[in-house]
Design a protein around this ligand. Structure first.
Ligand SMILES: [Zn+2]
Length: 426
């Protein structure tokens, strides 16, 4: 059935439940207290890239086509949206070394023993073995230094290619994912359908990126969901799942062949995605300027690495304004839940989840006379068989308590502006 013109985002509210926390307790040792819950959740059939940009700016994130917004006040491990200013980003000495190490390996085939040695003392040894790389000039230059199609070497030890393609399923990708999950996350139960649901399916509607003139060949032409494919000597060694949105490159997931673990592929991918945002901006898409690395979880040491890229900012959980990470960490160290815009809203102790949910005014069903639903449109069938947008007030749906409750969570999580741009199905 055809959607009426102008409808670019269609979603269906989901129950906003609680999930076992995977950050503070390893599998098998989970306790009742280790729970995170969603303030709102929805299944997205279709989302315009600008609506999804607005959603991640309000703390939402997607897993396939399922979108959720964590409730930071109630969860045991509050998840703050973090973003890196890619234009102001300056790689640290350690980050420059990581890139140089990988580039030297690709171009000159450094031996494994020398690449594992990151100390400055290894420098003379490395230089003896291969040619010295030119000095580090810009991030994009270092990122593409050893890449096929960019370097001017007539002969290299290895062939390294990175390509960007619209998100799609292939068996090669699934095999890499299966190996990664088994070796890195000790998770052996993976199916092609699960991989597809989690890392291939996307609700994002592609839109042209408004470059003022023809951009370089390797840059994407459209906003949307992509797979960034890393190939060494033709073999897929890593895959980044990313969304390219009007203001940012958003990292969804990254997987790599554990053979290359010692090169810190995860860190290299963050640098590459930072460079991608910068290159898109430099090609004239002037709104672009950030890398969104997902959630920053202060209570989980393993997730704090995201703060190693500077300057980074955290979104305030209440006003959604951005605060420099350095001003947030003292509050995060002190409070379980930290509110940066008004530190008096912070709370020290984990709240009793059941009691807190019961007391949370946001969980109370709103009376149908409330104006809260005035901007909500739902999908309806027109006389001609087209799917059109219709004010929910003109239907009987608001008489159902579940509809009011789930829709209420969604529209409070989305805010009025995004709600107006979305058509709901209930
Ligand atoms: Zn937790």
């Amino acid at each position: 059935m055809a959607l009426a013109p102008g409808i670019e985002s269609v979603v269906s509210p989901s129950p906003a439940g609680a999930t076992t926390c995977g950050y503070c307790s390893p599998p098998g040792q989970r306790s009742e207290a280790a729970t995170n819950c969603h303030a709102a959740a929805l299944h997205a059939y279709l989302l315009s890239c600008s609506v999804y940009q607005g959603m991640i700016d309000r703390g939402w994130r997607r897993s396939g086509t399922y979108c959720y917004k964590p409730n930071l006040r109630l969860g045991c491990c509050p998840q703050y949206t973090i973003r890196l200013d890619t234009l102001k980003f300056q790689p640290t000495r350690g980050q420059r070394k990581l890139l140089n190490r990988w580039n030297r390996y690709v171009l000159y085939g450094e031996s494994d023993s020398s690449v594992m040695d990151v100390d400055e003392s290894s420098k003379s040894k490395s230089c003896r073995k291969g040619k010295a790389l030119p000095p580090f000039t810009t991030l994009p230059a270092a990122i593409h230094e050893a890449e096929e199609g960019f370097h001017n070497e007539s002969e290299t030890a290895h062939t390294f290619e990175v390509t960007l393609e619209p998100s799609s399923y292939t068996d090669e990708k699934f095999q890499l994912y299966k190996k990664y999950q088994a070796e890195i996350h000790k998770d052996v139960e993976n199916s092609p359908s699960g991989f597809k649901r989690f890392l291939v399916d996307s609700p994002l509607n592609t839109e042209p990126i408004p470059y003022p003139s023809e951009p370089p060949d390797h840059l994407p032409r459209e906003y949307g969901s992509y797979h960034q494919m890393y190939r060494l000597d033709g073999k897929l060694i890593a895959l980044g799942v990313i969304d390219i949105l009007p203001k940012c490159v958003s990292s969804v997931y990254f997987m790599y062949d554990s053979t290359w673990e010692r090169y810190s592929m995860g860190k290299i991918s963050a640098l590459r995605e930072t460079s991608l945002a910068r290159e898109i901006q430099e090609a004239g898409a002037s709104e672009m300027g950030y890398l969104y690395m997902g959630f920053y979880i202060y209570s989980c040491q393993k997730m704090r690495y995201k703060g190693d890229y500077a300057p980074s900012y955290l979104a305030d959980p209440e006003t959604h304004e951005w605060y420099p990470l350095a001003t947030c960490t003292p509050l995060l160290a002190k409070h379980r839940y930290a509110c940066f815009s008004d530190p008096s809203h912070s709370s020290e102790e984990g709240e009793n989840l059941e009691a807190a949910i019961a007391n949370d005014s946001q969980s109370q069903p709103m009376p149908s006379s409330s104006s809260e639903f005035d901007f909500v449109n739902i999908l309806a069938k027109s006389d001609t068989g087209q799917l059109i947008s219709k004010p929910i007030r003109d239907t009987g749906y608001l008489s159902f308590r579940e509809v009011r409750q789930e829709l209420g969570h969604c529209i409070r999580g989305l805010g009025q502006d995004l709600t107006k741009d979305i058509v709901f199905t209930v």
